[in-house]
Design a protein around this ligand. Structure first.
Ligand code: HEM
Length: 503
């Protein structure tokens, strides 16, 4: 019986291999098992496991995740072929279970297929929140939230501070104010219930948001209800939906609207909810509650965790190499001085700080596999045929940490970016993705990260809580968190309290 089974396996593997060759498909690992395909080769974190597979099989590899074909690309050339030459072909998102429920049946901005509806959502996101004009109008929200954080840290004395929480709360306050006109965390006020709920929503959403839900690839598990995932996701969707509905209801009733009254230009400043609700008056059919809720949710989630995690990685890397922190501080002292706080308009002149941010996003891309794409029709990548309906994972982590493209790749060395403008270096460095599905929040994220890190470095002396280096191991999920939250100590510099009392 065992021999028969082994013979069957050998025959199956050889037949698969032959078929693969005849169909000009990209290389794959030899042992494709019945039913599970290559799932037995995968470990967490997924981006590291995929990097290992690509090292053996090349930068364009085709895997079988159970019933789904997955193309993994891990070189700049292959990424360019997918995101530039075949940009429209790969502009779809795969239909995964989490996206069905959490993405309002694939209609949310991040999960909807490429087309008219998606284009419209991107336009509204820009109009209501992310365009350069809107960002300028909303700049005082960012400045005042960063200053609140500085004041809070100034009171921490010699105690260690949980910087993961601090960055998360900062970003949540900023995003919440821009979207719904309210803030959750006040100086001297502990965590409020609503904020705790939202933090739970974020953590759970990113946990189920990637391509690691086995039920997506082995549908029989789902049908048999063995995984229990669908129930978990449905419960999470309910929580998220209720949370958003309460924000809309509050906004309609005018309650809880703390949005600052005047913009920099003196006009009334509108929150995203207000923009969406006013659009609904002209087009009620299109701007249903679901559309409004899903757009707010995507922006709130996408904006909070990604930027907060990047700041946490940056501070951790700098605390492990205090000479970098010192160099960044010297630059700030020279450009800004001690008589005023850093502001966003200083950022273009803080070129070393910009290098630190770039080096952080190179080594620790918070979306290490971007967001999964899917091919809408057959296409060609690296000379191989890629069938329609193939999931695409661009292994950004692998590309940005590959010693073939980055000398001394494992070393955190901001100087390597000296003289580079922006955060893009062809397809070997693209932390915000590229092409039609590239990140629409890049401008906002860079402003917030630069302003926050610049202000923290300007106002405080930073230290690790012990002599031990900070653990830089990554955790798992759609985004790449640090496995251990960053704890640090900070001491205000001699001029800090004067600056904060004037701010
Ligand atoms: C450090 C901060 C951030 C990083 C590194 C980042 C990175 C990315 C990446 C890599 C993608 C996927 C691109 C692809 O699939 O090809 C993405 C998508 C997206 N990002 Fe960001 N992002 C950041 C901050 C933000 C912010 C602040 C917002 C908005 C408030 C935002 C909104 C989005 C949205 C809505 C998408 C989905 C776009 C679509 O499917 O059309 N992101 N981001």
């Amino acid at each position: 019986m065992v021999i028969q089974f082994l013979l069957f396996l050998a025959f199956y593997a050889i037949a698969k291999r032959l078929l693969h060759k005849i169909r000009s498909l990209p290389p794959s690992p030899f042992l494709t098992l019945p039913v599970i395909g290559h799932l037995h080769l995968l470990k967490k974190p997924l981006h590291r496991s995929l990097s290992q597979i690509s090292r053996r099989h090349g930068p364009v590899t085709l895997l079988q995740f159970g019933s789904r074909r997955v193309l993994v690309v891990s070189s700049p050339d292959a990424a360019e072929e997918c995101l530039a030459k075949n940009d429209i072909v790969f502009a779809n998102r795969p239909r995964l279970l989490a996206r069905k429920h959490l993405g309002y049946n694939y209609t949310s901005l991040d999960s909807s297929p490429y087309g008219e509806h998606w284009r419209n959502l991107r336009r509204i996101a820009s109009l209501g929140l992310l365009s350069t004009n809107r960002l300028l109008t909303l700049s005082s929200i960012r400045t005042s939230e960063v200053r609140s954080l500085l004041r809070l840290l100034a009171k921490s004395g010699s105690q260690s501070v949980d910087m993961k929480c601090a960055f998360f709360e900062l970003m949540l306050n900023v995003m919440m104010q821009m979207i719904a006109g309210k803030r959750y965390y006040e100086e001297n006020v502990g965590e409020v219930e609503e904020a705790r709920k939202f933090r739970e929503i974020v953590t759970q959403s990113f946990r189920v948001g990637g391509v690691t839900n086995i039920g997506d690839f082995l549908p029989f598990l789902r049908r048999m209800g063995l995984e229990g995932l669908e129930e978990k996701i449905t419960a999470l969707h309910k929580k998220r939906d209720e949370f958003m509905q309460s924000l809309i209801d509050e906004s309609r009733s005018g309650e809880g609207d703390e949005s600052p009254e005047e913009s920099a230009e003196g006009g009334k400043r509108k929150t995203l909810i207000q923009v969406l609700l006013s659009l609904r008056e002209t087009e009620p059919e299109y701007y249903k509650d679901e559309t409004v809720k899903s757009l707010m949710l995507v922006l709130l989630l996408a904006g909070t965790d990604t930027s907060a995690l990047t700041m946490e990685w940056a501070m951790s890397a700098m605390l492990n190499q205090p000479e970098i922190l010192k160099k960044a501080r010297a630059e700030i002292d020279e450009v800004v001085g001690h008589d005023r706080l850093v502001n966003e308009s200083d950022l273009p002149k803080l070129s070393y700080l910009h290098c630190v941010v770039n080096e952080t996003m190179r080594m620790y891309p918070v979306l290490p596999l971007l967001i999964p794409h899917e091919s809408a029709k057959e296409c060609c990548v690296g000379g191989y045929r890629v069938p329609r309906g193939t999931i695409l994972l661009v292994n950004l982590f692998s590309i940005q940490n590959d010693p073939n493209y980055w000398p001394n790749a494992a070393k955190f060395r901001p100087e390597r970016f000296t003289g580079m403008e922006g955060v893009r270096d062809g397809y070997k460095m693209m932390p915000f993705g590229s092409g039609r599905r590239g990140c629409p929040g890049e401008n906002l994220a860079l402003r917030m990260i630069g302003l926050t890190l610049g202000s923290l470095i300007q106002c405080f002396e930073w230290n690790r809580i012990s002599d031990e280096l900070i653990d830089m191991t990554e955790g798992t999920g759609l985004t790449m968190p640090k496995a251990q939250p960053l704890l640090a100590k900070c001491r205000p510099r001699s001029f800090t309290s004067d600056l904060l009392s004037q701010a």
